[in-house]
Ligand binder design. Structure first.
Ligand SMILES: Cc1ncc(C[n+]2csc(CCOP(=O)(O)OP(=O)(O)O)c2C)c(N)n1
Ligand SMILES: CC(=O)[C@@H](O)[C@H](O)COP(=O)(O)O
Ligand SMILES: [Mg+2]
Length: 642
């Protein structure tokens, strides 16, 4: 399949030289290119939202003088068309691959990526900052935030609207907010805003009857429609939109796939001063029937697929993912305990809660993209004797850190945080890494932190955490685990206790062949066991970071020449730090090697490669231990001497 027009676009300047009449064809080529490239990518990537923003992307780069005018894409998962038009057409096939371009906008990737996103609802704030900077610096520059209806449900978006719609020191930013309303989040949208937007759409261009908007729609096909509509609704009290109440000139809703509507409207808005708000209506998955019909399933492609067939489940019964282990546990636990309430901030599918929602609708809450609200709702539920379970990706819990401390831990409320995507997540890269939760939760008083090693222990840890009368996190990685058998019977783990999984045969104190103990926190137990076989080391499955099994730590420290801690979390303040603190408090001098994620942001790539790069696969663990403590050559030497 060739793309004659797209082949000639190496920058938006090339696009802006095209005759306007070619833009529809270009959009068609762009959509086909994105679908074709993604369907051939083994890594997969975001699909529905990219297909839905093709025309909007073409229109924005056609009308605005990018990169001088700034585009800020909210979440940024819909920027594949943007990346194609801004010089990265030939790199699209590398997106989310190790060493390839990012699946989200990155300032260090392109000058057209004016703001790094990945976590939602930041675009209006960032674009407002850029608009105010232009005013303060006296630059003639526009700033445009493109935000989805899902992202608009986060409080931060309203903090920004509340702030950006009013003058600051007499200055008003020339900010344009474009609401890309496809009536979809990752799953069906929730909340009052969604219903409000639907009313706006059912009002079908009623806003066009308003003076401010009419001038914007001039010379567009909509203007005539709006004029007739105004005649029809003369005398009707046309309610101001919520966005106008925030000080924005609201225009819309208009068809976000119609370039004949988009381009003149954007040209008119571009030339207006002050805060503008354009409401565009798009379809998630536009132009690809399977995605249009099921935008939830086609939010992201899991890997290569045949567009004619769509996504098909792999035939082989895969090992259960930790997400599935959680989802099954949640339903089983809800069966046993009617106090259980399951809460998700807009990630029903990703957190494995579809079945729970179906079976326990009255105890299921999707609060929208509103992590802060999710945590404090849970606190409120706990105050009333219920048992809330907040299912939240580790990275998104960062958004609700104060609520975790101030609303949950400080009041010692029994909230269970089921932290999926803990550790490296792979293709989503640095913005979505769940690297920090051990460090930022263990330092909070009253918090308990559990790190199950495999699928069975995950189920038992969730049960243990649910029984606990205080705040607790249970963290587990994206994807499948070691593949151990999962016991249906739920039983509590001994609170705060680890276990020895392997005993070294090395005597303590022999020169050159040290007796080493590896303390594994979480799923890295398994590569640690593999390394220990080579080194004849002891291995402890610690299970808890907090409360730490201090008795076990001290016993191992006294009976081994060296300790090694290992975690798929940041080293700074992580489980290894907890062990060091324990030894220091006991006055023990046993040398400790801490292994974990380095003090740097780790980019996208496949997890095995990334773990190997971080020295956290079996070979890397072995090498680090040998380097620090000496060992196997000495072991062989000693064996030869016996
Ligand atoms: C703070 C935060 N929470 C959750 C997510 C996960 N997430 C990614 S896209 C998405 C839905 C976004 O919906 P919308 O803004 O309407 O964009 P669309 O996918 O419809 O184009 C969510 C919840 C996120 N990226 N950031
Ligand atoms: C863009 C976004 O934040 C989500 O779509 C995220 O990429 C989902 O991650 P998983 O694929 O791990 O569920
Ligand atoms: Mg949406």
């Amino acid at each position: 399949m060739n793309y004659p027009l797209l082949r000639g676009i190496d920058s938006p300047a090339d696009l802006r030289r095209l005759p306007r009449a070619d833009l529809v064809k270009l959009a068609g080529e762009l959509r086909a290119y994105v679908l074709d490239t993604l369907s051939n990518s083994k890594v997969g990537g975001h699909l529905g939202s990219n297909l839905g923003t093709v025309e909007l992307t073409v229109a924005l780069h056609y009308v605005f003088n990018t990169p001088h005018d700034r585009l800020v894409w909210d979440v940024g998962h819909q920027t594949y068309p943007h990346k194609v038009l801004t010089g990265r057409r030939d790199q699209l096939g590398t997106i989310r691959h190790l060493g390839g371009i990012s699946g989200f906008p990155r300032r260090d990737e392109s000058e057209y990526d004016t703001f790094g996103t990945g976590h939602s609802s930041t675009s209006i704030s960032a674009a407002h900052g850029m608009a105010m900077a232009a005013k303060i610096k006296g630059e003639d520059r526009k700033a445009v935030a493109i935000i989805g209806d899902g992202a608009m449900t986060a409080g931060m978006a309203f903090e920004a609207l509340n702030n950006a719609g009013v003058p600051h020191g007499g200055l008003m930013g020339d900010l344009l907010v474009i609401l890309n309303d496809n009536d979809m989040s990752i799953s069906p949208p929730v909340g009052a805003l969604n219903k409000y937007l639907a009313r706006l759409m059912s009002g079908s261009f009623y806003s066009a009857a308003r003076e401010g908007a009419k001038s914007v729609l001039k010379n567009t096909p909509l203007y005539e429609f709006a004029r007739r509509f105004e005649e029809h609704t003369k005398g009707m009290v046309v309610p101001g939109t919520i966005f106008e109440e925030f000080g924005f000139n609201y225009v819309g809703p208009i068809d976000g796939h119609d370039l004949d509507a988009l381009i003149p409207t954007l040209e008119n808005l571009r030339d207006k001063k002050g805060p503008q708000f354009l409401h565009v209506v798009t379809k998630k998955g536009q132009g690809y029937k399977l995605a249009e019909a099921d935008p939830v399933k086609y939010h992201a492609a899991p890997g290569k697929f045949d567009p004619a067939v769509g996504f098909v489940k792999s035939a082989a019964p895969a090992k259960p993912t930790f997400t599935q282990i959680f989802g099954d546990w949640l339903c089983d636990m809800a069966e046993q305990d009617t106090r259980l309430v399951g809460i998700t901030p807009a990630m029903r599918e990703g957190s494995g809660m579809v079945e729970f929602h179906k079976r326990f609708p009255s105890r299921y809450q999707d609060v929208g993209i509103a992590e802060q609200h999710a945590v404090t709702v849970a606190a409120g539920l706990a105050c009333e004797g219920l048992k809330p379970v907040v299912a939240i990706y580790s990275t998104f819990l960062q958004r609700a850190y104060d609520q975790l401390i101030h609303d949950v831990a400080l009041q010692d409320l029994p909230v269970l945080f089921a932290l999926d995507r803990a550790g490296l997540v792979g293709a989503d890269g640095a913005t979505h890494a769940g690297n920090y939760d051990i460090a930022f939760t263990r330092c909070v008083p009253k918090m308990a932190v559990l790190t199950p090693a495999d699928e069975n222990e995950c189920r038992q840890a969730l049960f243990t955490g649910f029984q606990h009368q205080g705040p607790v996190t249970v963290r587990y990685p994206r994807g499948a685990g070691a593949g151990v058998e999962v016991q249906k019977q739920m039983q509590a783990l001994p609170w705060g206790k680890g276990e020895i999984r392997r005993e070294s045969g090395q005597p303590q104190g022999r020169a050159g062949s040290p007796r080493i103990a590896i303390l594994a926190f979480g799923t890295l137990l398994y590569p640690a066991l593999a390394a220990a076989e080579q080194l004849d080391a002891t291995v402890a499955n610690m299970r808890f970071v907090k409360p730490l099994d201090q008795e076990l730590v001290l016993e191992l420290a006294r009976s081994h020449d060296g300790l090694v801690t290992i975690e798929d979390g940041c080293l700074m303040g992580g489980a290894g730090s907890a062990v060091l603190e324990c030894l220091q408090a006991a006055g023990l001098q046993t040398p400790v090697l801490t292994l974990g994620l380095p003090d740097e942001f780790i980019e996208h790539g496949d997890v095995p490669s990334l773990m190997s790069q971080c020295g956290l696969d079996a070979a890397g663990i072995e090498q680090s231990i040998l380097k620090r403590f000496g060992g196997r050559p000495a072991l062989l030497r000693s064996a030869a001497n016996e």
